[in-house]
Ligand binder design. Structure first.
Ligand code: CIR
Length: 269
């Protein structure tokens, strides 16, 4: 989800992993450094795409770009808020060239277009929307200038936003948490004190997830359904108890390179 509201997900842009996927950037936050398997990643990606089709979304599949091993993580290349877009300068220099095709695809559908300026850095993975409040991660991939440019964009659109310091052990803010609907926020137990969500409304319940399911904290909410990563039993059980319908997807190959469910998609109305 990152920046779109739960009911605004009519169209989704995804990109298939390239054959060079084994060279994607990774801090091995969730693994022991194993390389991802391209064939399995493609199968997992196809399931991801089919899920959106089955949910009735219009799915736009971009072609893989071999020179960009991380190109399937389209979330990082555009911040779409109610069909207004902010194109950031991505934090990782090796990923900046991925943006061109994303820009060409999205631009015709947007009400307004805004560009990140030097020396600002921010990735889509740094942003979590909780209802109508935006939390912006100050992470390995963002800097104060990038965060403040995006906040300016949000302020002009009438949204409140707050900065959250992302701990060193994590890549992005979305790597650690998500808001599967406007009233829930999933956070791993040991990150609870590290992540400060200023002015979180009382209506939002924080669900603390055991640390061995940290990767499972990244989810995608679409209306009353939630897509979660396969194998996270606590996350699954608690979201079912909250009355949500769960769709589980295998994500092992994306997890190997620090990629979560939200990283693979960009939604717009
Ligand atoms: C990277 O390091 O940039 C990719 N391997 C993973 C990007 C994950 N994207 C995200 O959290 N939005």
């Amino acid at each position: 989800m990152a920046t779109s509201s739960h009911s605004d997900k009519n169209n989704v842009i995804v990109r298939q992993p390239p054959k060079s996927f084994a060279n994607a950037l990774t801090t091995s936050q969730f693994t022991n450094g194993e390389k991802p398997d391209y064939d399995l990643a493609l199968k997992q990606h196809n399931k991801y795409v089919n899920t959106f089709k089955e949910l009735g979304l219009n799915v736009i599949v971009l072609e893989a770009e071999e020179e960009y091993p991380d190109c399937c993580f389209v979330e990082d290349q555009a911040l779409i808020v109610d069909n207004h877009v902010f194109f950031p300068i991505a934090g990782a220099p090796s990923r900046r060239g991925e943006q061109k095709t994303v820009v060409e695809t999205i631009t015709p559908h947007m009400k307004s277009i805004h560009w990140g300026q030097e020396s600002g850095r921010i990735d889509g993975g740094d942003v979590v929307r909780v209802g109508d409040i935006f939390y912006i991660g100050k992470s390995k991939r963002s800097n104060n200038e990038g965060v403040s440019q995006f906040q300016h964009f949000l302020t002009k659109l009438g949204f409140e936003s707050y900065v959250v310091d992302v701990p060193e052990y994590s890549l992005h803010l979305t790597t650690l948490c998500s808001s599967p609907n406007s009233n829930l926020l999933l956070i791993p137990e040991s990150s609870k004190n590290d992540l400060v969500f200023t002015n979180l409304p009382d209506s939002v319940e924080i669900i603390t997830i055991p640390d061995n399911e940290t990767y499972g904290c990244n989810t995608i909410g679409i209306e009353d359904k939630v897509i979660i990563s396969e194998g996270y039993t606590f996350v699954k059980k608690i979201l079912i108890e909250k009355g949500l319908e769960i769709i589980e997807l295998p994500m092992s190959e994306f997890r190997a390179v620090d990629g979560s469910l939200t990283c693979l998609s960009l939604f717009y109305k």
